[in-house]
Design a protein around this ligand. Sequence first.
Ligand code: DGL
Length: 286
Amino acid sequence: MIGIFDSGAGGLSVFREVRKALPGAGVWYYGDTAWCPYGPRERGEIVQRAESITEMMLRGVPADAENCPEGMRGVDIIVVACNTATAAAIADLRAKYSDRSDSRVRERVLSLTDGRMDHVRFIGMEPAVKPAVSATKTGVIGVLATAGTLRGQKYHQMKDLYKGDAKVVEHVGEGFVELVEAWNLDSPDAERIVEHSLKPLLDEGADTIVLGCTHYPFLIDTIRRVARRLVPGRDVQVINPAPAVVKHLVDVMNQEQIPLADPKTPILIDASGDSASLRRIASLCL
Ligand code: DGL
C-alpha cells in the first residue's frame, strides 16, 4: 500500500502518475484539507502535520473510516506529494521514521505498525531545475512555487548548484492553490490570476517554467495559454516533476522489496476536512 499526502488536492497530480506507472497498486491518498494551504504556515506546524499523517498511515487507521475500502491496511511507503511539506519536513521525517540504524527509529516504527516493519521510506518533491537547465534556450528558468518552498534551504541550495548554468528566477503562484481547490482551472479569473505570477518570470526572459507545487500541474493548460498570449514568439516549456518522482518511487519500492501491485487494489481518498469534496475532485482528475 502506497501512502500519498498533500495539503489538499494538489498531490492528486502525483497520484495520477502513480496510477499510470503502477495501475495495480493500492493507494491511500490523504489531503490535509482542514490545514490547507500549507504555503504560508510556519515550518514547525507543517512538521507536526507531516508526522501525525505519517503515524496515522503507518497505523492504518484512516480519518474517514466510513469510506474505507476492504483490504485497507497500513502503508509500506509514503510519498510526500507536496513541495512545501518536503521542504519543511522531509529531513525530520527521515530522521524519525526512516533511519533503521537508530534503535529508537526501529522501536517507534515497529510499535506503530504492530511489528510489520521497522522503518519507512519517504519520497519527496523537489522543483525540477535540473531538466529545466537542459531544456532552456534563453538560459532563464522560472520557478513557480509556494512561499514556504521558496523560503526553504533546499530551494536555495538547488539554486546555488545551478547558478553557473542558468539564471533561475522565482515567483509564488499567488492564488493558484485556491483555484485548484475550487477546481476553477480555465475561467477568465483563473487566467488573470495565473498571468499575475507568470508575467514577472516571462518578463525576465524565462522560456522554461518549473512547477514547484503539486497543485500547479492542474493549471498547466492555462499557464501555457497565458504564456502563448504574453510571449507569442517564445517556445515556453512547462515542467511537471511528477513523472520523474514516480519513477524514483518505483525504484525505491523495488529496492525495499515492496510489491508493485496489491491483489485487492484498495483505493482510499481520505481527508482531514471534507473528504466528499476531495473525492469529487479525484473523480474529475484521475
Ligand atoms: N501542493 C503543495 C505543494 O506542493 C501545497 C500547497 C499549499 O498548501 O500551499 O507545495
